[in-house]
Structures are given as C-alpha cells and as structure tokens.
Design a protein around this ligand. Structure first.
Ligand code: GCB
Length: 595
C-alpha cells in the first residue's frame, strides 16, 4: 500500500513538474512581438560543477561583516550570446563542462498579456533560473525551447541565469563521440516573446499533398479555447477564410479552388504573405506552396521529376572557427552552395538555426533536416529514445511551415538491430504525429560489393519504412574500388528512390600530388575520386540525387594528422580559408549539366 501511495505521489509530482518545465514550442517566434536578450552576458566557468551547490543563481551579495560569497557575476568574464564559448576565449577552445550565464532584463514597458523566454538553442543541456528560482530545463543542443514567465517576472531588473553543460555522455544525442566540434554555450538567439492572453500558439499551412489548388490550414489557440474566431488570409491570392476553434482549441480549413497560385520551386522560390488573426492576436509569415511526392523510384516536385543536387555543411563558419549563428552566417554558407549550382542542402547532422532554414527557402534550396542520431547512439536506452522523440518533435514543430523542407532525416549511419528498428520507428511516429506530408529518409553506410553478383548490394530491411533511401559511400577513400568505376553497378533499394547522401575524400587546399595516391592528401586525388564516383553514379538506376561530403572543411577532434588535418576534416570542396578546391569545379560542372 505504501509503495502504491509513494508511486501515486511520484506520478503527481511528475505531472506538476511537466507543467512548469519546457513547453511545446511556439511556432514562428520571428513573427511575434519580441525583445532580444542577445548581447554580452556575464559568465562563470564551473569546471568542477560547484555552482549549483553554492546556489550561485541567487547572486547574493554579502550584507554583514562576516558574510561573504565565493562568486560574483559582476566584473568577471563576459560572453557573447549567441555564440559558442569555445571560439571566444583560448582557454575555452577544448572546454567541455559547465558555464553559468547571467543577464539582467526589464519587461518591455508596453507589455500586456503573456510572456515567454525563448531559447533558439543551448548546447547541450541547460537549467534556467529566474530571480533565484529554477524554472526550466532542456536537453539537446540544436532545437528550441521556451518557458512561460508571465507570473514570474518583475517589471524591472529580472535576473536570468543559465547553467549550461556540454559534457558528452553515452545516453546523449549525439552520444560520446562524433565527427564535428562539440561547441558549448548559448549558441542561438534568446528572446522575450509577448503574446496576448489568448494567443495563436501553432499553425500548419501548406498545399495539399495531392492537389495543386488546395491549401490546408490548421490553427491552434493556446489553452484549448473553444469558439475562438480565427481568420486566415493570403492577400495576394485574395483569400480570406474565417474559422472557429473546436473543443481542443483547433480550427481547420481546406481552402479549395485556389486560383493563380505560383508554386515554390528552387528556380522560382515564390513565398506568399499569410496572415493568421484572432480578435486579440495576429501573426504574419511568408509561406510557400509546392507539391512533393514519391512515385515508384521517382521524386516529384510540382509534378515533375527532380534530381537532387545537394551539398552538406555543418553549422560552422570555418574562418571564425566557431558555430554559425546569424543571418549573415547563413547567407555566407548558402551563397557558396548556390555558386556550386545546388538545388538542395542536407543540413548535417542536426537541425541548424532558423536563419539558415529561412534563408535557404528564400534562396531556393530544398532542405533535408535531420536529428543528431549519428553513430554510437544507445538504442537500448528508453530515456535516450524519449529524448530523441522530443528533439525530433521540436525540429518538426519549428520548421513544418517551411515548404523548402522536403526530407525529415531520422538518423545517420545506424547498424541494424531490433532496438535500432524500434527506436527509429518511434521517431517516424513522432514525426508523423506532427507532419505526415514530408518524405522520410535516413542515411546508411551498409552498402557492400557482392563478389558473386558483381554489384553493390545492401541488407537492411528497415529501408522499407522510408520514402527515400540514402547511402553514404566513400568509394576510393574508406573503401578501395573492387572493380573500376565504370563497372561499379548498384542493386540497392531497387524499388525506391536512392540518394547518395555522402561521398568524398580529404584534400589539403593547395596541396598537389599523385591523383592515384590517397595519402598524397592532394586536391588532385580528391578531384580524381570525384570523377570516379560520378562515373559510378551512372550505374545506379534508381539514383535521384547526390550530396557530396562536404561543402567546407570543418573542425573535428577525429582528425589527428599534424600536417594535413591538424584538427580539421579536410573533405571540404572549399577550404577552411574559403578557397575552392579542384573538386569544387567538377561538381559545379556536373550540376550544371544534369537535370
Ligand atoms: C561519415 C559521416 C560524417 C563524417 C564523414 C567523414 O560517414 O556521416 O559525419 O564526417 O563520414 O568524413 O568520415
């Protein structure tokens, strides 16, 4: 009986906590009334994790003559927000641990209604304290979260503290080791978001998956408010639709017979102003409309077959040796992809910031966005699975209105097992609960050469769960050629569309050498490898796109060679200094000539 009572009390406690802790994220914070909390924050490096015990979030000052505190946020280290901490101070380059951040803020003078603090991303885990009280926690370095502070703020001089930790652990996502830099800190924007009392919490507006003249809209009002009048307008198309919310606070409409809709495409990335309003609230957003489908082994965009000319990049500005965080950063990365002739970006290996996603849509790139489920994830761990589910929901919630978003990537390079299958199926379920319209994919590295059949094959039944199969294959780099490239025939996922989601080789910019010797680390070897792979691609009958690895050299603790790598993965088509390597021109030429 006692156990039962304790159990019930625990459940009650969990329910109470889950109400106060991070909530389902607000869609389109950029379209709301916001006040930035970016800028210089006070910081304390807490190498031994002593800050919580010392309650440094209380920010106490000595009062009596015997009183003292062994900390102060005043006059100490200052860190930029947003930004990783590693690139801000030489001592923090390799730091993995805890840093405390603090900032004072006033509530905007004209604020009425509800108030949220929105964190676009904090890497990797964090606790949030406001005016001395813990109010939220979050895990996952690449997705947003928010906490409502309506009843917790004072008019002036609020004291916001974040305890940020980027220690790598086996139960985390990504896990213990991964081929990119483990940047820590408040890496994306922080903002105060004001909404009316009854506000538009969420909406999902897109072209019907099967019709090119029907726009479907779902709007959700916070607090499940019934009978709220909602208007959805697209002034340019002369659409004004009035809806009313049901018991769950949700209003739906299928706006049919839409006339003169210009569909979004990479060649013509047309976006429309969409206005959603209630008596109290109004949000505007630029939204595009397009049809995307798989038929047989084809991928169709606006009813026409499309070949994906993709590239990947990490969320990193190589010249700054730091994480990308601004619109200017996004434009820098994307412009290089535009120059290469791409029509798609595979955002590797995690959801990147919203500036990048929105700028990519405006510039005309299809997008593949994925979770940081990279090699080494603990698929047996139920907690890890739960975390992955939350992360993928945060990703889909944030970007579901971006018509450029075409692929939800579940994982990268996982090995078959019952636990892996269950885990990934759960992620597909979490994704489809929010958005069942995008194509589901995952990248695998299991393709092998079958000597009897003299072709490349793959044995992972999980691919049946996917709309599009993606293969990472490093022919000529990690795998020697078993036959010459012109004889490299593929029989992989025969009845599904296939994308080569990674291939490539390392080359140090400016290094010349033998085009047939990998250890020359030369641009010549990399260029020849690209030519060979492009030759092989002619023998993949269901090939519907390629995504070379990778646009820029990027920093990685996996890369030890002192002369050629020096802490950099050199597979970039562009060097860390921004110079194009020989292989860049080969891909630019290929993309120019393939349709
Ligand atoms: C891969 C991974 C990617 C690595 C790349 C490499 O298969 O998906 O994250 O960076 O190989 O360079 O080894």
């Amino acid at each position: 009986k006692l156990t039962k009572t304790i159990f019930s009390l625990l459940i009650l406690l969990c329910c109470l906590l889950s109400n106060t802790f991070a909530q389902e994220i607000l869609v389109n914070v950029h379209g709301r009334k916001t006040q930035s909390l970016n800028g210089k924050w006070d910081a304390i490096i807490d190498q031994y994790d002593q800050g919580r015990k010392n309650k440094i979030y209380l920010n106490k000052k000595p009062v009596g003559k015997t009183d003292f505190y062994e900390y102060s946020f005043d006059a100490g280290l200052k860190l930029n927000v947003p930004s990783d901490w590693n690139s801000q101070l030489p001592e923090l380059k390799y730091y993995e641990g805890t840093v405390w951040y603090a900032k004072h803020f006033d509530v905007p003078k004209d604020h009425i209604g509800r108030l949220f603090i929105y964190f676009a991303a904090v890497s990797y885990r964090c606790k949030v304290y406001l005016n001395g009280k813990e109010i939220a926690e979050h895990e996952g370095g690449f997705t947003p979260f928010q906490v409502e502070v309506t009843d917790l703020v004072k008019k002036t001089d609020n004291f916001l503290v974040l305890e940020v930790n980027n220690t790598r652990t086996t139960d985390a996502i990504p896990a213990k080791s991964f081929d990119w830099w483990n940047y820590g800190g408040i890496t994306r924007d922080v903002m105060l978001v004001s909404t009316p009392k009854v506000y538009i919490h969420d909406y999902f507006i897109q072209l019907d998956k099967h019709r090119n003249n029907q726009i479907n809209a779902v709007v959700k009002i916070a607090g499940s408010q019934v009978n709220v009048a909602v208007t959805v307008e697209l002034p340019e198309l002369k659409i004004k639709q009035k809806l009313v919310t049901d018991q769950r606070g949700i209003a739906r409409a299928s706006i049919s017979n839409v006339k003169q809709l210009q569909r979004w495409s990479p060649e013509s990335p047309k976006l429309y102003n969409v206005r959603i309003s209630t008596a109290e609230d109004m949000i505007n957003e630029m939204i595009g409309f397009r049809n995307l489908a798989v038929k047989g082994t084809g991928i169709y965009l606006n009813d026409k077959p499309v070949f994906l000319k993709s590239i990947s990049f990490h969320e990193e500005i190589p010249q700054r040796k730091g994480r990308a965080f601004s619109e200017a950063d996004a434009v820098m990365l994307l412009s290089e992809a535009k120059a290469l002739g791409c029509n798609m970006i595979r955002l590797a290996h995690y959801p990147q910031n919203e500036y990048t996603v929105r700028a990519a849509e405006k510039m005309g790139f299809l997008l593949w966005e994925e979770t940081p489920i990279w090699q080494g994830i603990d698929f047996e761990n139920q907690e890890t699975r739960k975390k992955a589910g939350t992360m993928i929901k945060e990703m889909v919630m944030r970007d579901k209105n971006r018509c450029a978003l075409s692929f939800w990537g579940m994982a990268n390079e996982t090995q078959p097992s019952k636990a892996r299958n269950e885990f990934l199926k759960y992620l597909i379920k979490c994704t489809k609960e929010i958005d069942s319209t995008r194509l589901i994919t995952a990248a695998f590295d299991l393709v092998k050469f079958d000597r009897n059949r003299q072709c490349f094959v793959m044995d992972d039944p999980f691919i049946k769960e996917l709309d599009v199969v993606a293969i990472n294959k490093y022919m000529g780099w990690y795998h020697p050629w078993p036959v010459t490239p012109d004889k490299a025939i593929w029989d992989v996922a025969r009845n599904q569309p296939l994308i080569i989601s990674e291939f490539g080789a390392e080359a140090l910019y400016g290094k010349t050498g033998d085009a047939d010797t990998a250890s020359s680390w030369s641009e010549d070897y990399q260029a020849q490898l690209y030519k060979d792979n492009l030759e092989m691609f002619k023998h993949i009958p269901n090939l519907r796109g390629i995504s070379p690895w990778v646009l820029f050299d990027f920093r990685s603790p996996f890369r030890f060679h002192p002369t050629y790598q020096d802490g950099w993965n050199r597979k970039g088509l562009v060097s860390d200094q921004g110079f194009r390597k020989k292989a860049w021109y080969i891909i630019a030429d290929y993309y120019k000539n393939i349709n």
